[in-house]
Design a protein around this ligand. Sequence first.
Ligand code: NAP
Ligand code: MG
Length: 487
Amino acid sequence: MISELSGKLFIGGAWVNGAGGRIPVENPATGDVVGEIAASTVDEVNSAVAAARAAFRPWADLPPRLRAAALKRLGTLIAADADRMARIMTLEQGKPLNEARGEILKLGEACHFYAEEAVRVHGEIIPNDTNDHQSLVIREPIGVVGAITPWNYPAELVGWKLCASLAAGCTIVIKPADLTPFTALAIAQKVEESGIPAGVVNVVTGPGSVVGQALVEHPDVDKIAFTGSSKVGLQIQQSATTVKRMSLELGGNCPLIVTATADLDAAVKGAARRSFRNMGQICIAINRVYVARAVYDEFLAKLKVAAEKLTIGNGIETPDADLGAMASAAPLAKTREHLADALAKGATLVTGGSAPEGAIYARGHFFRPTVVAGCSHDMKVMSEETFGPLIGVMPFDGLDEAIAHANDTPYGLASYVYAKDMDEVRYLTTRLDYGNVAVNNVDAGVMNAPYGGRKQSGVGYEHGREGMLEYMNFKHIRVRTDDPKGR
Ligand code: NAP
Ligand code: MG
């Protein structure tokens, strides 16, 4: 199924053989090459943008009801093909099959969510200083979107941009991550089956520095929707050669605060899930934990047990494993580096610290969930995004100290609180300088509400109504009317 997509680009509704070189894609659990993608040429990127431009006006002019119907068809087709699409994702990304399937189903739901939003794009009528003038504020689609996405959630991070763009009336050119391009190409197959007109959705593959950059610099791309590292996000912002809208969903360094009133078992369960799921390769993964000193030792003892219970496997052969392989060698190397740095600076190893043993792990990028305690902010684990299955823990003595630690970062994506006392909850949630704060749960991002970072974690929002408005311009139409003559 991957071979049929190998070397292909989806441009103007057609599958074309890329004219550039080929880049191998590996299964991170085994190191086996599963397929090859085309390194798009700049000419091919230009063709994709031209196709999206040609498709824009007719798509934008469709009644919203028809765009909604197309998105519903897309969502239904994706859900119906979840098993096959999940296999593609696991083969290139490493996450266990059941989890990949869950992600595909959530992509299907995103299509339905934005189908419902598409028919509720309202405007406003604003009174003026005199009654003979009226201001109408309407919303119009921005135009052609260039979407650039990372490899940790290969379906959803493409999908949020795709669905919100299409609902708004925009057309899109998608540049998926080199590690996980086939999931995006599989989504394009569903777009084709759904009867969405040619050119509305295009997928070009290849290195970000060439293909992504060509989208950023293209004068006919009206908006860049980017998810990825803060470093590349900044580079994109600085390298655009024309003024264009941008939403940048960037890195995080997310804290969890556990107070003395917390339900400790719930906090441990939440911490184990949000620190290690997807091998910690989540922008909103918990990186660092601050625990009230009164419950610090108990929290660590329980977290050690919870972390050691998590099962690790080859995601294809063990569909229900808790954790699969990491997506590539790079995040694993960074995890090891952050661990060594913490231990050298005096942290203690609570659990993990090495790859799991056994023949099935020998060729892949595996690592055990790892907790270090007694941490301080001079350690990388507390101050940089690890993007791996490693967290640092330290005690705190008062809420203000916990808040100061939590906010001591250039990032502002997500933060987590476990506390039962509502006074504590209010005090903490109003002071945490983050776009998302999850309290007594660890699902900081849900489709119904805006999701985005502040500070170096980015600009703009995905999810919710706000996620669609990111793809729209406001237009102010100011109308003067006179009293009719001879009335
Ligand atoms: P990355 O290196 O920044 O790459 C992201 C995307 O940008 C890839 O498609 C990449 O292409 C492309 N790219 C690279 N250089 C480019 C350039 N000069 N111009 C245009 N595009 C370029 O990030 P990653 O390592 O794939 O992903 C991990 C990062 O994403 C983490 O920092 C994580 O926190 C962040 N993330 C944020 C969110 C959020 O919602 N805030 C969600 C998920 C992940 P190639 O693959 O070809 O290099
Ligand atoms: Mg990269």
